[in-house]
Design a binder for this molecule. Structure first.
Ligand SMILES: Nc1ncnc2c1ncn2[C@@H]1O[C@H](COP(=O)(O)OP(=O)(O)OP(=O)(O)O)[C@@H](O)[C@H]1O
Length: 598
């Protein structure tokens, strides 16, 4: 239907806009196929709204259509998103696909849409309109990438639970991404019908949506130029075919299929990911191609490592004074069917304490920590953390925002993101929002970014990982991963730091260094809850120790006293030989040298 080069040029831009509507949700790890539905709703809404003459004599008809279309798309996405953004993976894809098909059927059966015949509409879109649109959208995603919103979406994509633990409201951010996708799809719908001069409900079909998705996934779903790369490539293929006289209609779908396989198997970030990597390599010696585009992947817009004077620190939240109540648990229990993981636990943590929580395997330590951080709801009892009363309606991110940061028993890093980017995500609780200021290039946004970056780098330096800032987190040695998790948790400037087996995988020198780090954190006024199997480290580090066994508190008090408690010794003796040896040997070594250092 379209043949000349101006048409091809316009098609690249329009396909790019549609691809950006998929990109908007893929950056947050959501697989949605509802974009065709948003686009067709917006397109037909605009056909009713576009005036014949400029509105008030100045506003072009297309601008009116775009506003109506984007608002329609965003509103439809909001209404659909409220229930469906709670779904994940293939379930979200199926629900959104069902929505798009429903819209198509409804529109076909309306007289005002022209039914299956569709409507003729005026031609209002050519290369300038299409390229301005794709330029604005591309710019939006470029600037979104390095903002607090962009970091939060990338974190959600990589690991939702860890994102919640950083204080990110996953539900709200997922919905925001979904609404953005609706608005961009709406823009596409309006542009498309006013380019092709025809609005046909059947055009916005399942195949249409899949085409848009494949374009984005192959082009790149984590790099802002990815959608444009994909649209450029897939639009050019039929033109090249025509130019060299190959008629085979199957060639484009075939190439798309092969490339999709290559991306799924070898290039999870699409071909745009390769370009972005190239940009990062060039950053050190030349121009920065991907500057600020990928939140956590290109984190160096305002590095302070270049010797310039450091920016002022981010304002630190107030810490609870020493001795004040930080955590109070009363009669807390948690049952999993017949398993009583935690039974009737009373626990208090006060400001400035380093509280050790030990117990044999399966004693209920992690369950207790999950209750305390809002990730597991207790079956019974009351929990108050930093003034927040936990219960069914208090989500985990609220607990994190109140000032509780944690690490996980099994590391939950954003493995594909760099070391520094992980820590940047950790600043979510304290970092001001920069999205709109970034869009307008306000100097205050740059200042904030410098502060956030300096804050993240300071945490990396504190755990000794500053030299590894650009390494992907997944490439770190196990012990370094544990330290990175601590740096990420510290970036939130928490009042209570919960460390779940932080020394796992560390040798005794590293464990001693970690112990020292924990003590300096307490000196800074941070309250620490340390769960650890390395009993010796707990005895050396903590000011108080609580021992759990079969979900119950069996001892609590100063480390040396607890270590001699017959109930505690019996609890460890009652477990496997390894656990028995550990407590006996570690305790006697601790007593023998008095320092606990090996
Ligand atoms: N989601 C769950 N579903 C069912 N049972 C669970 C669940 N989580 C924990 N449990 C059970 O609750 C008990 C306490 O587990 P928990 O992981 O809290 O102990 P732990 O002291 O942290 O153990 P470890 O030191 O081995 O990590 C165990 O018997 C465990 O099997």
């Amino acid at each position: 239907m379209f043949a000349d080069s101006s048409t091809t040029f316009t098609l690249i831009a329009l396909t790019g806009v549609f691809a950006y509507s998929f990109y908007a949700v893929l950056v947050a790890g959501q697989l949605s196929l509802g974009q065709a539905g948003f686009a067709s709703l917006a397109a037909f809404a605009s056909t009713q709204a576009v005036p014949d003459e400029p509105m008030f004599g100045v506003v072009p008809p297309l601008a009116v259509g775009i506003v109506v279309g984007m608002v329609t798309g965003a509103f439809a996405a909001f209404v659909l998103g409220l229930p469906v953004t709670r779904l994940r993976g293939v379930f979200l894809a199926i629900a959104t696909l069902g929505f798009a098909e429903m819209i198509r059927i409804v529109l076909i059966n309306q007289s005002w849409t022209g039914g299956a015949q569709g409507l003729s509409v005026p031609k209002l879109v050519g290369p300038p309109e299409a390229w301005i649109a794709v330029g604005v959208i591309g710019f939006w995603f470029l600037r979104q990438g390095g903002s607090k919103l962009g970091r939060a979406l990338a974190a959600i994509r990589e690991d939702e639970l860890a994102a919640k633990a950083m204080g990110i409201d996953v539900t709200r951010y997922r919905l925001a991404a979904f609404v953005t996708a609706g608005a961009v799809a709406g823009l596409f719908g309006v542009l498309w019908v006013h380019f092709s001069r025809f609005a046909d409900p059947n055009e916005f079909s399942f195949a249409f949506a899949v085409d848009g998705l494949v374009t984005t996934v192959v082009g790149g779903s984590t790099f802002f130029l990815g959608p444009l790369l994909g649209s450029g490539f897939f639009t050019a293929v039929p033109e090249l075919q025509r130019a060299v006289g190959i008629e085979a209609g199957w060639l484009r779908p075939f190439i798309a299929g092969v490339l999709l396989l290559v991306v799924v198997l070898f290039l999870p970030d699409g071909f745009g990911g390769l370009v972005s990597k190239l940009g990062r390599l060039r950053r050190w010696g030349g121009p920065v191609l991907a500057r600020g585009s990928l939140v956590p992947r290109s984190p160096m817009p305002d590095r302070t490592m270049d010797g310039t004077s450091p920016p002022p620190a981010l304002p630190a939240p107030k810490l609870p004074p020493p001795g004040d109540e930080v955590v109070r648990m009363s009669g807390v229990s948690k049952d999993y069917g017949g398993v009583h993981a935690v039974r009737d636990v009373d626990l208090e943590i006060r400001g400035g304490e380093i509280l050790g929580l030990i117990g044999p395997n399966g004693a209920g330590k992690t369950t207790l920590v999950n209750i305390l951080t809002g990730m597991t709801e207790p079956s019974a009892g009351e929990v108050r953390v930093l003034g927040v009363r936990l219960g069914g309606s208090v989500p985990a991110h609220r607990v994190a925002l109140a000032g509780v940061s944690r690490t996980f028993q099994h590391s939950k890093l954003f493995e594909r993101l760099s070391v520094l980017d992980n820590v940047l995500v950790g600043t979510h609780r304290v970092a001001p929002s920069t999205l709109l200021r970034r869009m307008l290039f306000l100097p205050s946004a740059r200042r904030t970014e410098r502060q956030v970056l300096a804050s993240a780098l300071a945490r990396l330096e504190r755990v000794g990982l500053a030299e590894r800032a650009t390494t992907p987190a997944g490439d770190l040695a196990y012990g370094d991963q544990r330290r990175l998790e601590i740096a990420r948790a510290l970036a939130a400037q928490p009042s209570l730091l919960v460390l779940d087996e932080p020394a796992a995988g560390m040798n005794h020198v590293e464990a001693a260094e970690l112990s020292e780090l924990i003590r300096t954190l307490a000196d800074d006024g941070i309250t620490v809850l340390l769960i650890e199997h390395n009993v010796r480290m707990v005895l050396d580090t903590c000011t108080r120790v609580v021992v759990l066994d079969f979900g119950e508190v069996i001892a609590s008090g100063e480390p040396d006293v607890v270590a001699r408690d017959p109930h505690v010794v019996e609890a460890y003796l009652g477990t496997a030989a390894e656990g028995e040896a550990e407590l006996a040997v570690e305790t006697s070594a601790h007593e023998a040298d008095g320092s606990g250092e090996q």
